[in-house]
Design a protein around this ligand. Structure first.
Ligand SMILES: NC(=O)c1ccc[n+]([C@@H]2O[C@H](COP(=O)([O-])OP(=O)(O)OC[C@H]3O[C@@H](n4cnc5c(N)ncnc54)[C@H](OP(=O)(O)O)[C@@H]3O)[C@@H](O)[C@H]2O)c1
Length: 253
């Protein structure tokens, strides 16, 4: 049960793990409040991923201590994991700030590599502030990402978008796109087809509508709609991870 992400040659499962909740519990859109998991909780969850062949972890500098905790607690060999991080958004003291400049991209990626204790990222995505087209058209971030790829610091590049127009524009330079798809928000379906036909790999976010929809109906819908995509579902609960895996597995057979 797996997919190759577009033309990148990167293999992953139909289910991947979102790790916002590893490191941040403020200014998030989940149905209830929660305590950050302990190191032991995260270690258990990551071992559970290995058992289930879930290899892609989606993180970001904006997810609080998520990158740092993954770097410290990741079990097994680095090459058995697909690490996806982002650049452009920082979150500190309860506030997000955005910077897409060449200097910040270089610093941010260097810091992600340090936090994650690795010398390369499998996927690096632009973390959008909502103004996708402005970032694409009016900053030099695409050049910055391409140069990081040439240097071998990242294997693939792309954008985690917020708008349909932005996603359409991002197809041109992206190996991989991360887009929202769930039962309540199907606005990206058409542009997903365009991205597929251009050979972009697809990571699907907010699949459970950030926990407002059940895994049963959500995974069935999303994985049925995007046969070569991976659903990046966030959880800090191993039982939920297993449940999501079973739903994704059944859908893929
Ligand atoms: N780049 C961006 O701008 C961006 C934006 C949003 C998200 N993302 C990425 O996409 C990932 C997923 O998005 P998301 O976390 O917003 O939303 P999501 O995956 O739609 O939902 C996550 C929520 O669903 C709950 N959940 C998961 N499995 C469940 C189950 N089997 N039964 C009941 N509840 C379950 C989780 O709670 P429990 O922990 O209790 O299981 C969590 O609160 C993020 O972690 C992040 O990696 C990226």
């Amino acid at each position: 049960m797996g997919v190759v992400l577009g033309n990148t040659g990167i293999h992953t499962g139909r289910l991947s793990l979102g790790t916002v909740k590893f490191g941040r519990n403020t200014d998030v859109k989940y149905p209830g409040t929660f305590e950050l998991p302990t190191d032991e909780d995260i270690a258990t969850l990551l071992h559970c991923c290995r058992e289930l062949d879930i290899n892609l972890l989606d993180t970001a500098p904006a997810y609080g201590t998520s990158e740092q905790r993954i770097g410290r607690l990741l079990p097994g060999r680095r090459e058995d994991w697909v690490l996806c991080s982002k650049v452009g958004e920082q979150y500190s003291n309860g506030q997000s700030t955005y910077d897409y400049s060449r200097e910040n991209v270089r610093e941010s990626v260097a810091n992600s590599l340090t936090q994650l204790k690795t010398d390369y990222l499998d996927v690096l995505l632009i973390h959008s502030d909502g103004n996708d087209l402005n970032i694409i058209n009016n900053t030099d971030i695409i050049d910055s990402l391409q140069s990081l790829k040439q240097q071998g610091l990242v294997r693939s590049i792309g954008m985690s978008t917020k708008t349909v127009e932005g996603t359409r524009a991002a197809i041109e330079f992206s190996d991989i796109l991360m887009v929202t798809l769930n039962i309540d928000d199907q606005s990206h379906l058409e542009v997903i087809r365009e991205a597929e036909s251009h050979g972009c790999g697809l990571l699907l976010k907010k699949v459970l509508a950030s926990g407002h929809r059940s895994p049963e109906e959500s995974l069935s819908f999303v994985l049925g709609a995007v046969e070569n995509g991976s659903a990046v579902v966030g959880t800090i609960n191993p039982e939920h991870l297993r449940e999501n895996y079973l739903k994704a597995f059944n859908k893929s057979r």
